[in-house]
Design a protein around this ligand. Structure first.
Ligand code: CS2
Length: 490
C-alpha cells in the first residue's frame, strides 16, 4: 500500500497530515527545480499556510529527470517530511505540491502553467549552476550551451532562464501581468542575479521583451535548512513508521530559516505565519549564512572527503576539524560580516556547530563537494577578498580553497578516482593534466577567472598561500594537515 489521498486517513495518529483537503488546493506557484531542498523548505512553509488560503498550491517542475514526478504522481503529490536530530524524530505528510511536471518531456505544459493568470509566483531552486551565469561576476554567460539553445529554440527551452523569459513573453502578449520571481538558491543577492540574467536573456531575444522583463519583481531570499539526499534506508525506516510505502520522502533537521524581501505585486502566501521573516533587504542575512554556514560546509566537505570522512558529522569528528571550523567562523569570517542589529552572532555560530554535529543526518561530504566552481566565489572567495583588503589573515579559508583544488583534480589520497560533479570538471582536468607540483596546479586553477575574478587570479600573496596549503595537502594528506595544523601551517 502506498501513500496517497486515499490512504491518508489510515496513517498512524502520530503522523501529522495536511490540515486541509488536498483535493481542494489550486495552483498559485510554479516551482522550477523540485528537489529535496524545496520539498523540505518552501513546500513545508506553504503546507502550513494552505488551510488559510488553498489557492497557493505548488506545481513542481523538474528541469531534467522524471524521477520525482514518477515517484510523486502515484501518491497524488503527497510525501513525508522526516525531521530529526539526536533528540527525536517527527513525521509530517506534506500536501502542497499538487502537480509535478517534467520539462524535457513536455515543455508546453510547463509554459501553459506559467502563463496561467492564477500563477502569481515562479520560484526556483535550480542550484548555482542553473542560473547559467558567470559565478565571479553574476552576469549571464551568453555562450552557455543552454542559453545558446534557448535563443535558437525559444518555445522549447531547456534552462530555467529560457522558461521564465518565454513565459514572460507569452504573458506580455496575452496581457497577463508578470509573475513575481522568487530565487531560493544559495547565491548572494539571488533575486538580483536572477533578474539580471532574465533581463539580459530577454534583451537578447527582443529589446522590448527586455524592457518588460526589467519590470518584474524579483525579491531576494535567504534560505536555510540542511537536507541530505534521501537514501533507501530512509525509505525503509519511513515506511515502517507510516505503515505505508512512500517512494520519495525527505529527511531534514529541525532548524529552518527563511528571510524574504517583501515585494510580491500579485500577492503571496502568508508565509510569515509559518515562520518566514519578511524584511526590506536580506543581503546582510545572506552574506552571513553563505559565509558562515556554506563556507564552513564546503571547507568541511573537501577536507573531510580527502581525509576519508563520509558525512559532515564524521568530518566534524576528525582531529583538528572542529578547531579549524570554529576558528574560520570566529576569526576569519565574522569580522567581514555586515552588522545585523540585535542579532546574536555567537549563538548563531554555536547553533551551526551543533547542526554540523547532528548525528541523525547522514549528509555526505561528496554531496556538498559538488559544483565547487559555482559555490566557492560566494562561500569562501568573497571573504578572502575582504580579508586581503584588510590585510588580515585567511589561512583557514585558503586551506578550504586548496582542498577544493586537491579534490577537483579527481584522484583521492589513496589514488582512487573521485566522482567529481562540476560543470568545470572537464576543463579542470584538461588544465591540470600532467601537472604534479603545487605551483603549476595553483596557477592552472587561478586561470579560471570565472571563479576567481581578475583580482584574485592575479594576487601574488593569495597565490603563495595557496601553493603553501596545497603542497602540505599533497605531501602530508588532509588528515595530518588538520591534526597538526597549528604547528605546521603559518
Ligand atoms: C550545502 C547546502 O550542498 C551544499 O552545498 O552547503 O545545500 C546547505 O546544506 C544548505 O545551504 C543549508 O541551508
Amino acid at each position: 500500500m502506498r501513500l496517497s489521498r486515499q490512504t491518508l486517513q489510515q496513517l498512524p495518529e502520530t503522523i501529522e497530515r495536511p490540515a486541509y483537503d488536498p483535493a481542494g488546493v489550486t495552483i498559485g506557484i510554479v516551482h522550477l527545480g523540485i528537489g529535496a531542498f524545496h520539498r523540505a523548505h518552501q513546500a513545508e512553509f506553504t503546507d502550513i499556510v494552505l488551510p488559510r488560503d488553498p489557492s497557493w498550491g505548488i506545481c513542481g517542475v523538474s528541469l531534467r529527470s522524471a524521477e520525482t514526478r514518477d515517484a510523486l504522481a502515484p501518491q497524488d503529490g503527497l510525501y513525508t517530511l522526516k525531521v530529526q536530530d539526536g533528540q527525536g524524530v517527527a513525521l509530517r505528510v506534506i500536501g502542497s505540491v499538487v502537480e509535478t511536471l517534467v520539462a524535457p518531456e513536455n515543455p508546453e505544459a510547463v509554459l501553459a502553467r506559467m502563463l496561467d493568470p492564477a500563477t502569481r509566483i515562479v520560484s526556483l531552486t535550480v542550484t548555482e549552476k542553473g542560473y547559467c551565469h558567470n559565478p565571479a561576476t553574476g552576469t549571464l554567460d551568453e555562450n552557455h550551451p543552454d542559453i545558446l539553445h534557448d535563443l535558437e529554440h525559444p518555445e522549447k527551452p531547456r534552462s530555467a532562464v529560457g522558461f521564465i523569459v518565454e513565459a514572460l513573453s507569452r504573458r506580455r502578449a496575452s496581457g497577463v501581468p508578470a509573475f513575481t520571481l522568487l530565487s531560493c538558491d544559495n547565491l548572494p543577492s539571488n533575486g538580483h542575479v536572477l533578474k539580471r540574467v532574465v533581463t539580459r536573456f530577454a534583451e537578447m531575444r527582443d529589446p522590448q521583451l527586455g524592457t518588460f522583463a526589467a519590470t518584474v519583481a524579483s525579491p531576494s531570499t535567504m534560505v536555510d535548512r540542511i537536507v541530505p539526499a534521501t537514501t533507501d534506508a530512509d525509505r525503509v525506516a519511513i515506511a515502517d513508521s507510516l505503515e505505508l510505502e512512500d517512494a520519495w520522502p525527505v529527511v531534514t533537521e529541525p532548524f529552518r530559516q527563511w528571510v524574504v524581501e517583501d515585494d510580491f505585486p500579485l500577492g503571496r502566501p502568508a508565509w510569515e505565519e509559518a515562520g518566514a521573516v519578511f524584511v526590506e533587504d536580506v543581503s546582510a542575512f545572506e552574506t552571513m549564512k553563505l559565509r558562515l554556514l556554506n563556507g564552513s560546509h564546503s571547507t568541511l566537505a573537501y577536507l573531510g572527503y580527502l581525509a576519508g570522512a563520509e558525512t559532515v558529522a564524521d568530518a566534524m569528528a576528525l582531529p583538528g576539524m572542529r578547531e579549524l571550523i570554529e576558528g574560520l567562523m570566529v576569526e576569519e569570517v565574522s569580522p567581514t560580516l555586515p552588522s545585523l542589529a540585535g542579532f546574536d552572532l555567537p549563538a548563531y555560530r554555536r547553533a551551526l556547530i551543533e547542526r554540523f554535529d547532528n548525528p541523525a543526518l547522514r549528509h555526505r561530504t561528496w554531496q556538498i563537494a559538488m559544483d565547487g566552481s559555482q559555490k566557492l566565489p560566494q562561500r569562501l572567495l568573497g571573504t578572502i577578498r575582504d580579508r586581503i583588503a584588510d590585510d588580515a589573515s585567511c589561512e583557514r579559508l585558503t586551506l578550504g580553497v586548496a582542498a577544493w583544488m586537491r579534490y577537483a583534480r579527481g584522484i583521492d589520497e589513496a589514488g582512487n578516482v573521485i566522482d567529481v560533479r562540476d560543470p568545470l570538471a572537464g576543463r579542470i582536468a584538461a588544465l591540470t593534466q600532467g601537472l604534479d607540483g603545487a605551483e603549476g596546479i595553483v596557477d592552472a586553477f587561478l586561470g579560471l577567472t570565472e571563479v576567481f575574478g581578475g583580482d584574485l587570479s592575479g594576487d601574488q600573496l593569495f597565490r603563495s598561500r595557496l601553493v603553501d596549503a596545497l603542497s602540505r595537502l599533497m605531501s602530508d594528506g588532509a588528515g595530518v594537515v588538520l591534526a597538526t595544523r597549528k604547528q605546521s601551517v603559518v
